[in-house]
Design a protein around this ligand. Structure first.
Ligand SMILES: Nc1nc2c(ncn2[C@@H]2O[C@H](COP(=O)(O)OP(=O)(O)OP(=O)(O)O)[C@@H](O)[C@H]2O)c(=O)[nH]1
Length: 332
């Protein structure tokens, strides 16, 4: 019998630090060849652009829907294709990491590895890692059942952003997490920094514990995303003024901070030879420099917004006004 390929699921609520963790893993000098399956709730993703672009890595995107429902068939197909290409010697990898959307219920994703013979013949679920944003988790756990499920299914809880909270806040959060899931170890991670031996090949997935938590796990696992979260993607081919974008979104989050759950973008800024990466979770936002534009590569901006009752028209109008003045004046 051929050895099963271990699979790690990285889950965690919107903006908790999943991509940051994945990037660290891919950059690590560990020799493990990793295939990545990225799932984005919005119709498009920028996460691929944020991860290292190394020819050794296989990064497959699954956009426009949540891996746990509408695109689960895609997951089965992609796993099948990866295995077939590996068996044919076209690609090589030792481990698969699936990064789910921040709104995914991990149950149906994990179930795929037990309920689908075409998958369980080649793959085994190693562990579900749940990244928990120490700064926002209390509110997310109260407001979103997906956040609770993600903690409930965790084999390891990775606490991010502990640098942004007090000792007392952290202790209260730990207590709440243990009450939801007393089985998973809890570990702090600063910007995704965690020893690989603590998270890969840990054989952490425990079917008995999950069946106890979710008695229907091996049967029909019904679920729904009931809280009206939506997304849209803003595109702009003209260069943007980074300061204006920051000022505009700063004002927007003051007004709509609770509705605007997650926003992230790759920006084309005039006079900048690299991408500007801009992102935020509720009211916390920041920007940094991204990968350089390659010669002849078309430059454009793309910003993803995820939230409830998004003020889409206002966001589009406001961002259109952030087109660099010299360009918009010429166009006028
Ligand atoms: N202060 C602080 N910020 C962090 C930490 N880890 C991640 N972040 C920041 O949190 C933001 C969101 O991180 P991502 O890794 O993109 O989050 P994500 O879970 O992949 O987001 P989605 O895929 O959109 O749900 C980024 O600005 C990160 O730099 C941390 O330990 N401390």
């Amino acid at each position: 019998m051929t050895e099963l390929i271990p699979v790690t699921i990285i889950t965690g609520f919107l903006g908790s630090g999943k991509t940051t963790l994945l990037k660290r893993i891919l950059q690590g000098d560990h020799g493990v060849r990793i295939a990545v399956i990225e799932n984005e709730f919005a119709a498009e993703s920028i996460d691929h652009g944020l991860l290292v672009q190394d020819s050794d890595e296989q990064i497959v995107e699954m956009n426009n829907g949540c891996i746990c429902c509408s695109v689960r068939g895609d997951l089965i197909r992609i796993l099948g294709e990866l295995q077939a290409r590996r068996a044919a010697g076209i690609i090589a990898f030792d481990h698969v990491i699936i990064e789910t959307t921040g709104l995914a219920a991990p149950g149906p994703v994990a179930q795929t590895f037990f309920a689908e013979p075409s998958v369980s013949e080649y793959y085994m679920l190693d562990a579900i890692l749940t990244v928990v944003d120490a700064r926002h988790a209390q509110q997310q756990l109260t407001a979103h059942k997906e956040a609770q499920e993600q903690v409930g299914f965790a084999d390891r809880i990775l606490l991010s952003k502990t640098d942004l909270v007090s000792k007392d806040e952290l202790a209260a959060l730990r207590q709440r997490l243990v009450a939801i899931n007393g089985r998973a170890g809890i570990q702090k991670v600063r910007f995704g920094n965690v020893p690989l031996r603590d998270i890969l090949n840990i054989r952490g997935f425990n079917l008995n514990a999950i069946v106890e938590l979710e008695p229907d796990f091996l049967g029909e696992l019904g679920h729904r995303h009931g809280d009206g979260v939506q997304s849209f993607v803003y595109h702009q081919s003209q260069p943007l003024d980074l300061l204006q974008v920051e000022n505009f979104l700063d004002a927007v989050v003051q007004l709509f901070g609770t509705q605007l759950m997650r926003y992230k973008g790759i920006l084309y800024v005039a006079d900048l030879d690299c991408r500007a990466v801009f992102q935020g979770v509720h009211m916390l936002m920041g920007s940094e420099l991204g990968a350089p534009w390659r010669d002849g590569e078309p430059r454009a901006s793309k910003i993803i917004f995820i939230g409830r009752d998004l003020p889409q028209d206002m966001l589009i109008r406001g961002l259109d006004r952030c087109v660099t003045a010299s360009v918009s004046e010429v166009a006028a």
